[in-house]
Write a protein that binds this ligand. Structure first.
Ligand code: IMP
Length: 178
């Protein structure tokens, strides 16, 4: 285990199982529909890569990158799009793929932004949900794992761009950021 990690919350097998189950559900729900997975860089890229290989129906992918206004560590929900989708989405069912749903402010903003482009539908799939932390109601169609209220890293999730390469999700030692 990495020395900065105090506890492994989800190991590679648990993550793989949750991803497989979500992929199967998505395959069933979107069979015969034109599906586009949209991921917000960077945190969800590892999850996206595994999720797509568990979806049997045809699927396309696209990526967005956003940056928060202001310097606060806490999400304000008001974001600036620094990389937008490559094409219009008006004839797609869109599934927004997230790594972790915390306050929900970012996702809420992005869902509204995508909806304004008039796709056939917009739903959310998140690997992790921090239960009870949402400051706005976010209707998530697919949730992989319930996460305690702690700062977690690994499997794509970072702190200051580190730890994304860990194959598990663990709690970061508060000493690292305090
Ligand atoms: P929200 O707008 O508060 O829901 O923020 C969601 C984003 O904040 C996620 O996509 C992550 O990039 C980041 N985030 C929230 N909680 C954590 C965490 O525990 N570890 C790493 N990143 C986090």
């Amino acid at each position: 285990m990495h020395p900065d990690i105090t506890e492994i919350l989800f190991d590679a097998d648990q993550i793989a199982l949750a991803t497989r189950q979500m992929g199967q559900q998505i395959s069933a729900d979107y069979a015969g529909k034109k599906l586009l997975l949209v991921t917000v860089l960077k945190g969800a890229f590892v999850f996206m890569a595994d999720l797509i290989r568990n979806i049997e129906s045809p699927v396309e992918v696209d990526f967005m990158a956003v940056t928060s206004y202001g310097a606060e560590a806490k999400s304000s929900g008001v974001v600036r799009i620094i990389k937008d989708l490559e094409a219009s989405i008006d004839d797609y069912h869109v599934l927004l793929v997230e790594d972790i749903l915390d306050s929900g402010l970012t996702l809420n903003y992005l869902r509204k932004n995508l909806k304004s482009r008039k796709p056939l539908s917009v739903e959310i799939a998140t690997l992790l949900l921090k239960e009870g932390k949402q400051e706005v109601p976010v209707d998530c169609k697919y949730v992989g794992l319930i996460c305690p209220d702690a700062f977690v890293v690994g499997y794509g999730l970072d702190y200051a761009e580190n730890y994304r390469n860990l194959p598990y999700i663990g709690i970061l030692d508060p000493k690292v950021y305090s």
